[in-house]
Write a protein that binds this ligand. Sequence first.
Ligand code: USQ
Length: 436
Amino acid sequence: MSLDVRLPAGECHNSYLSSSHKSGAIGRKTMKIAILGGDGFVGWPTALHLSDAGHDIHILDNLSRRWIDTELGVQSLTPMDSIQERTRIWHAETGRRIHFHLIDLARDYELLKKWLGEHRPDAVVHFAEQRAAPYSMKSDRHKNYTVNNNVNATHNLLNALVELDLDAHLVHLGTMGVYGYSTVGAAIPEGYLPVGIDTMSGETVKQEILYPANPGSIYHMTKCLDQLLFQFYARNDGVRITDLHQGIVWGTNTPQTSRHPQLVNRFDYDGDYGTVLNRFLIQAAIGYPITVHGTGGQTRAFIHIRDSVRCIELALKNPPARGSRVEIFNQMTETHRVRDLAELVARLTGAQVAYLPNPRKEAPENKLVVENTKFLALGLDPIRLEDGLLTEVVDVARKFAYRVDRSRIAATSAWTRDIAPTIDRDPEGKRLKSVG
Ligand code: USQ
């Protein structure tokens, strides 16, 4: 695929060079990049990675993730400093500045528009959404919050870019969950599905359509709605958009977050925000049973945090042309079955595996085959799941084990009213239920 990247009149950074999508050549030496949600789990290491690469980084964040920690009565396993302190340390360590702007994208449209108008970034990386499926399913209030926050944030951003005639490349963190996880015996393509439509005159018209959305939670549904917003704004207004359908991120630190204890990335272990592999690793580290939902037959896509930030950089270097359709990448490097991961972690650490009633409404068993050739073609050399990296996370977990509140580990957010009474809220207790 070869895309014609055109310079927007009057908006070029002085270091803008010609770009070729095919070669993966670096389009710009340095860019002014707005990172929306740059205080979060992937946002923060991305901000550091891109700052390290010489870009001018501005974080826009309403710090909602920190407020949600307070609401849930949990905290990151790793001790996180304030965003101001983090950026101060980064400057002291590297001499590079990361700017922070406190803005609620979903609610402060005028403020967002003013900021974008004044700063006119070359690119915008959009992480600023509520990203936990269990949190989005906790109650009607959490459903409303997730939909209002995520959909408004995305729409406000698109709306402002058009209104300001700002040709910034928008890179969005989407999810593999937009596709659902079942296979029909074919690999999930990168965003678009070729179809043939039988017409009334008996011909077959070929089209490429967005792969059918099949979200499994309110959170995942908001990312499906984002896809439609992107499709519309790319077609109607020529907004240059890349949507990254990311799998489950594991690991915690990157070379940049490891540079100083106060640059450490956040690490979620609780039942709402902790994701499966990181949860298993911390559970193993503190002698808590590994909490497999149901039979653990769910297969999911995974990516290490270090690959995640690299993929975002690759996406930034390879923007689509103005007027072309949304560029979609599957941002994942491998697939694994949940019970296989549990057994792997148990073998590595001697931990016990608990097969618990599943709080989610999801297929008990699924296969998953995913295409991910586009990032590989751009030069991604994937980090694979291997013992050394797993042990690294266990070591971080052991170091900060004193910060763990064991009562927050159980996953208690039920997908439906019927499921709620079946949840095991005390996997460590004697009444441990098994469905295996
Ligand atoms: N699971 C367990 N035990 C646990 C936690 C999870 O068996 O203690 C199972 C779940 O039932 C599910 C699977 O592991 O089948 C994955 O759960 P998860 O919490 O790791 O991932 P998910 O809810 O899908 O969400 C996470 C991120 C989200 C991202 C998504 C990518 O929170 O932001 O979009 O992964 S993906 O899963 O590919 O859709």
